[in-house]
Design a protein around this ligand. Structure first.
Ligand SMILES: [Zn+2]
Length: 199
């Protein structure tokens, strides 16, 4: 881990063994992002290019099935993640408690620009009640076709609370279902990019 990040973790009271203990990996901060419009709080959100395309395709397909998906959060910088933790610490919440629902700076999948938090009308954002919505049922069935998977299902081994709203995109430009629609535009370049984006 970079010295600056290690110092930041020490300052926040995050144990040095955090990543190892949780089985979590450092997440590279995305440098190339594209705007994907406003989230439910009217903040401009950004995602990596391939994920932005996949999110738009996911949202459109959901809408066609009568399911409204709304964005709560997309890209978050290490700096922004730090501000979230500092705010919670100021409220007097102990760091070990905070780390059950917020990733340590450097470890959030949102740093990559490939993670989205979603909600649907009638469900409070970032609450477990989302898993009782038709939107969640739809995502469980369809999201994989667009390259999205749930990172923290119930009972996950990362010491993270169940997050039915948090979905990570593979980063690949072409997924199985999109492949059929986009066959014409597929080039060797996009295939190479898809492979280099894995992991
Ligand atoms: Zn999330």
């Amino acid at each position: 881990m970079a010295a600056a990040l290690r110092a930041l973790h020490a300052q926040l009271g995050i144990p040095e063994s955090y990543g190892q203990d949780r089985g979590l990996s450092l997440q590279p901060e995305a440098t190339q992002l594209v705007g994907v419009g406003l989230d439910i709080s009217n903040r401009e959100q950004k995602l990596s290019a391939n994920t932005a395309v996949a999110w738009e395709a996911l949202r459109t397909a959901a809408a066609a099935d009568g399911v409204v998906l709304q964005l709560v959060s997309g890209f978050r910088s290490i700096e922004y993640q730090t501000s979230i933790l500092r705010r919670k610490l100021l409220k007097g919440i102990p760091i070990h408690e905070i780390l059950r629902s917020s990733a340590a700076p450097g470890y959030s999948e949102h740093h990559t620009g490939r993670a989205i938090d979603v909600t649907t009308p009638g469900s409070d954002p970032l609450e477990e009640q989302f898993e009782r919505t038709p939107a969640y049922t739809w995502l469980l069935r369809e999201a994989v076709k667009f390259g999205f998977s749930m990172s923290y299902p119930p009972g996950n081994l990362h010491g993270v609370v169940s997050e039915p709203w948090h979905w990570l995109h593979s980063g690949c430009g072409i997924t199985a279902s999109m492949n059929t629609q986009r066959k014409d535009s597929a080039t060797d370049d996009t295939a190479t990019e898809a492979i280099s984006n894995r992991g």
